[in-house]
Ligand binder design. Sequence first.
Ligand SMILES: [Fe+2]
Ligand SMILES: [Fe+2]
Length: 334
Amino acid sequence: MTTVLPGHGPEAPGEAETEAFQAVFDAAVAADERIEPRDWMPDAYRATLVRQIAQHAHSEIIGMQPEANWISRAPSLRRKAILLAKVQDEAGHGLYLYSAAETLGTGRDELLDKLHTGRQKYSSIFNYPTLTWADVGAIGWLVDGAAITNQVPLCRCSYGPYARAMIRICKEESFHQRQGYELLLALSRGTEAQKAMAQDAVDRWWWPSLMMFGPPDDESAHSAQSMAWKIKRHSNDELRQRFVDICVPQAESLGLTLPDPELRWNEERGHHDFGPIDWSEFQQVLKGNGPCNEQRISQRRAAHENGAWVREAAAVYAGKHATEHTGARNGEAA
Ligand SMILES: [Fe+2]
Ligand SMILES: [Fe+2]
């Protein structure tokens, strides 16, 4: 969709004009067209996207921490190379997403500042610790697996830059999911102790990964509006069910058990039934009382401070480069 926009001219649009722009926006969303950065969009649509994309970007970079914890202790060179590549991918996902948020007029500095001061969130799943090597496998299989289930529909999100970023991210996430599955498979076919380690990791990560889909539909504050704007395509409960249905046969092939005695196939619904989720635990972690909340944020702040010299050097270099170009255009020696 390309419309020329209010807000770019010297005067703010009048009421009639805003209504006309709103109608163009609504029609574009209804026709499944993409909204692009220079198109007019309702303020609330912009704010919702900034909040969602920022939270997503923050989750990508905070999510590097629990796994990076095992890079130096990976059991083989092959496993280390795989894990390094995966953690680097997550940094890249953060970058695409911060760039997507910037197209909405919000700077990266502002977003990082909000993360560091607790004014914006990241996915609660990363506040759990990685206690054993098998956790790397459980994260890949379950956490990246849940992320893919959530994110594949975002490739059709109504906001163009977000949708396009998700296409590449989802390709990389499926590599992450497969490496986790393969790691767990190796452990479950290994010694008794290795199999027990894999089972223990799955026992700890299963329920938190179901919570990644967010609160039940009837308690989800933003869902209905996001669905109307086609930012979100499926409800939290629908995606959670899809994830459970995908995981059950995979757990069987792995020879591992999902820690839910109520999990069973429901012929009538054509889906697996599963037990109740302990949302009080989710709320606690969300409030900052998870096992690693403090550690994650303090490490992030330290990484940001340690990187100050890189940002300064890059800014000086960019400034110098700009002057050289202006000089060259003016016929001066660079
Ligand atoms: Fe990612
Ligand atoms: Fe990932």
